[in-house]
Design a protein around this ligand. Structure first.
Ligand code: ATP
Ligand code: MG
Ligand code: FE
Length: 349
């Protein structure tokens, strides 16, 4: 089975071909994975400008799809389906990808798979590592932060989530505040390596709460206050602020994951693994903390290789492949969705 995946929900234009050889072996094969980041176009604004993003997708998507097919050594005719992220995301960009995918599905007479971008992040560790259901997922990205019991394809139970900022968003905001580049996550992580994580006593919001929820806006404010106290900031100050911030995030994540693990059994039984996905899963400190934590409770820890943590086409193609195999197919009426929750509340599960 071979699927084309298209991703245009934010500031990455991406197209990929993913295959799964016949047979029962877990995991998939990435035949091509083309990603064009628009970071340069948005950098001057310190964030993604929706109109610029949509226009940039229009300019490059056709060529990118061609290249993805070429590099995979395949053609439209040989595919088993066309998968596209139909949301959630910036609606102009989503429309570009969705309309393109519909046209391709129509002319090639292949099934269309309208994929939830978050579901694609959630299933990526099955593509890369063949993780078996059910698993506990920390989905942490620029727009979302959730703890989810992944029970099967299309079967996701939300154990907790952020009540304000997403973790990636918090990284991006403090990077902006400290005069670092966009996106903030990698910049803050790099600065933190040289910093002292104990210099600033930042709060650990939600620590010890019984629900697996997050709150990050207070942490961000606390950091701003500390930064203002010692302004103007020397490079070493920025490094210490970044290290202190990252250490606080790591403590909060570890605590929230602990709570979610406790609640997992009631909705999904025994997890096979602790999994992190989404752009924030690229963070080394968070990965190390989660790996240690998983080890303590006898679970394996899985996070995708760095290029597959952030947005990419392979994850969309893979989610399409999983959905097609499970019998979920969409038709040409599939809507573009700016908002699209993918997991149900534990109380509804
Ligand atoms: P969503 O998936 O919620 O729609 P998105 O697609 O914009 O949002 P991703 O591309 O999955 O998000 O992830 C980007 C986010 O990940 C950014 O906020 C970025 O700062 C963050 N990020 C990337 N690398 C790191 C890192 N090393 N440490 C922390 N955060 C990181
Ligand atoms: Mg992005
Ligand atoms: Fe994403």
């Amino acid at each position: 089975m071979k699927i084309l995946g298209i991703e245009t929900t934010c500031d990455e234009t991406a197209a990929a071909v993913v295959a799964k050889p016949d047979g029962d072996e877990p995991g998939g094969q990435i035949l091509s994975n083309e990603v064009l980041s628009q970071i340069a176009e948005h950098a001057a604004y310190g964030g993604v400008v929706p109109e610029i993003a949509a226009r940039a997708h229009v300019e490059v998507l056709d060529r990118l799809i061609e290249r993805a097919l070429d590099k995979a050594g395949t053609t439209l005719a040989e595919l088993d389906g066309i998968a596209v992220a139909a949301g959630p995301g910036l609606i102009g960009g989503v429309l570009v990808g969705l309309v393109t995918a519909k046209a391709l599905a129509l002319v090639s007479r292949k099934p269309l798979l309208a994929i939830n971008h978050l579901e694609a992040h959630a299933l990526t560790p099955r593509l890369t590592d063949g993780v078996a259901f059910p698993y506990l997922l920390l989905l942490a990205s620029g727009g979302h932060t959730q703890l989810v019991a992944v029970r099967g394809v299309g079967d996701y139970v939300r154990l907790g989530g952020t009540i304000d900022d997403a973790i990636g968003e918090a990284f991006d905001k403090i990077a902006k505040l400290l005069g670092l580049g966009y996106p903030g996550g990698p910049e803050v992580e790099r600065m933190a390596e040289a910093g002292n994580p104990e210099r600033f006593a930042l709060p650990r919001p939600m620590l010890g709460r019984r629900e697996a929820d997050f709150s990050l806006s207070g942490l961000k404010t606390a950091l701003r206050i500390e930064a203002e106290k010692i302004a103007p900031l020397a490079r070493a100050d920025v490094a210490d602020l970044c290290a202190s911030f990252q250490a606080a995030v790591v403590d909060v994540v570890a605590d929230r994951v602990r709570v979610a693990l406790r609640g997992f059994d009631a909705v999904a039984g025994q997890p096979t693994a602790l999994v992190a996905s989404g752009g924030v899963a690229a963070n080394g400190a968070i990965r190390r903390a989660l790996a240690a934590q998983a080890g303590q409770v006898g679970l394996s820890f899985v996070a995708p290789p760095l290029p597959l943590c952030g947005d990419n086409g392979a994850m969309i193609a893979w989610a399409g492949l999983e959905r097609l195999r499970a019998g979920f197919v969409d038709d040409l009426t599939a809507p573009a969705r700016a908002r699209w929750p993918f997991a149900v509340a534990a109380t509804a599960a």
